[in-house]
Design a protein around this ligand. Structure first.
Ligand SMILES: N[C@@H](CCC(=O)N[C@@H](CS)C(=O)NCC(=O)O)C(=O)O
Length: 219
């Protein structure tokens, strides 16, 4: 059976799906799309995802969009190496972390990083700085989630890790590169300030399938 993931290089939403597939040992074809070329708005692509966004997974005759729906699908379709936990309490905590990442860190990233990178920041500096303040607080919170564990929930990787990791990796990469008047990301230096988070990132980077999922334009 052919499995295809449609992605845009660096999309944290697509990256989480590809990390999940790697973790589960699933082979897949990764089809890279380019928003600037209109690839996401072609009639053919809109048939797969009427919102014209990545990721989309096509798994045989099943097509799914929305990254969290794809993770949930993968866990039901390929239950070995479950990423949503084995007990009700674990499942609840994993979903809680996943929802927190999307609702707070993810939303703040949309409010801060996206306008800076699309050049649509003029007149929005104070809102963007507020979003960066939220991002800083959420990074500290994520560091606290780890506690003494190897992963965000317990000692095996779950959907909580693969939802959080792409966002933090993107912030580590772009945060220091933002040089826009009036905008002060002030993101922490993970290595000196958050060593536990750095050690956790290295654990994610050692997982099966990590290299195949790495954004091609960052290589
Ligand atoms: N809630 C969606 C978000 C997907 C999303 O926003 N994808 C972005 C890339 S990071 C995209 O495809 N943007 C293209 C567009 O909006 O035209 C998910 O979790 O899959």
């Amino acid at each position: 059976m052919t499995r295809t993931v449609y992605f845009v290089s660096g999309s944290p939403f697509a990256w989480r799906v590809m990390l999940a597939m790697g973790l589960k040992g699933l082979e897949y074809e990764a089809v890279e799309l380019h928003g600037s070329k209109g690839d996401l708005k072609t009639p053919e692509y809109l048939q797969l995802n009427p919102r014209g966004k990545v990721p989309v997974l096509v798994d045989g005759d099943v097509t799914v969009y929305e990254s969290l729906a794809i993770l949930a699908y993968l866990d039901r379709a390929y239950p070995e190496k479950q990423i949503f936990g084995h007990t009700p309490a674990d499942a609840a905590l994993i979903w809680q972390r996943v929802a927190e990442v999307d609702a707070y860190l993810g939303a703040a990233m949309v409010g801060a990083v996206r306008p800076v990178f699309t050049g649509a920041y003029e007149g929005k500096e104070s809102e963007i700085n507020e979003s960066f303040a939220t991002i800083r607080a959420e990074i500290t919170t994520a560091n606290q989630w780890l506690g003494d564990n190897d992963f965000i929930v317990g000692n095996t990787p779950t959907a909580a890790d693969i939802t959080l990791y792409p966002a933090l990796a993107m912030l580590a990469r772009v945060g220091s590169a933002i040089d826009v008047p009036g905008i002060t990301p002030n993101l922490p230096d993970y290595t000196s300030e958050l060593p536990a988070l750095v050690a956790w990132m290295k654990r994610i980077e050692a997982l099966p399938g990590y290299d195949a999922a790495y954004p091609p334009h960052w290589r």
